[in-house]
Design a protein around this ligand. Structure first.
Ligand code: ATP
Length: 238
């Protein structure tokens, strides 16, 4: 694997006394697509929250490039190039599509390029250009996900985390969104982390994978090389 862009080391995160992530380590190389898969409640979202500075870990470290970003403020983490697209791709429903997108260009380093970034987002999602003046709340679920992805792209990320992007979307929309995720990866060399329950699709898209079970990473490897039986056993803990 290339030099890790994101390095998570022995992270423990929880709620009160409850440990939801128990010593998880994972790495993502520059320009790589990695999937993080696991059952409901395995700890994937909690791990991501801690990586993004939304939740303070009990212990462990997170590095982004050469920087220690453990428990750093989220806006600073985003400025460094790590961005999360949360479950449900939340939008500001009353604001126009374009204003939603412009919200993503808050880091000082990217503000000057906002117009150029906007054009890039419209190139990737032409439907958003057509609807740029419409309130985001009037869009379909898939289109709102596109707005959320576009908003994240405005910050010129080096690494994007997608938290269950397929949730609640039709198979055709999921296919389309995955196609665009690959385009983002190929054209901009953006590293991607796919947090998914749709294991098959995640593995098909990613270079490598990590399986999480009860707060631990129980299996990892190259996506193309994993056999179904080993994966199933790790995924369900059987
Ligand atoms: P999902 O696919 O459902 O999002 P997940 O793998 O992301 O699942 P988490 O949401 O991180 O898992 O949850 C990990 C564990 O932490 C679960 O046992 C969950 O019940 C618990 N948990 C999550 N959020 C909280 C919270 N705010 N307070 C207490 N426990 C929580």
């Amino acid at each position: 694997m290339s030099e890790p862009l994101l390095r998570i080391e022995d992270l423990c995160v929880g709620y009160g006394d409850f440990i939801a992530v128990n010593g998880a380590s994972m790495q993502v190389g520059e320009g790589q697509i990695v999937s993080l898969i696991g059952l409901n409640g395995a700890g994937k979202t909690t791990l991501t929250s801690a990586v993004m500075g939304l939740q303070k870990p009990f212990s462990g470290k997170v590095f982004f490039g050469a920087d220690d970003i453990t428990a750093m403020h989220t806006d600073k983490i985003v400025s460094k190039g790590l961005t999360l697209i949360p479950q449900g791709g939340r939008c500001f429903n009353r604001m126009s599509v374009q204003d939603n997108l412009l919200m993503g260009s808050f880091p000082r380093s990217v503000r000057r390029d906002a117009r150029e970034r906007l054009e890039r987002v419209y190139e990737l999602f032409p439907v958003l250009k057509e609807k740029m003046r419409d309130p985001a709340g009037s869009l379909s679920g898939g289109q709102r996900q596109m707005v959320a992805i576009g908003r994240a792209l405005m910050a010129r990320p080096k690494c994007l985390i997608f938290d269950e992007i397929s949730l609640g979307l039709s198979p055709a929309v999921i296919k389309d969104i995955y196609h665009r995720i690959r385009m983002i990866n190929e054209s901009d060399k953006t590293a991607i982390i796919l947090i998914e329950q749709d294991t098959r699709r995640a593995l098909k898209t990613s270079d490598s994978f990590f399986v999480m079970l009860k707060g631990r990473i129980v299996l990892s490897g190259k996506s193309a090389e994993v056999d179904e039986k080993t994966l199933k056993e790790a995924y369900f803990g059987i």
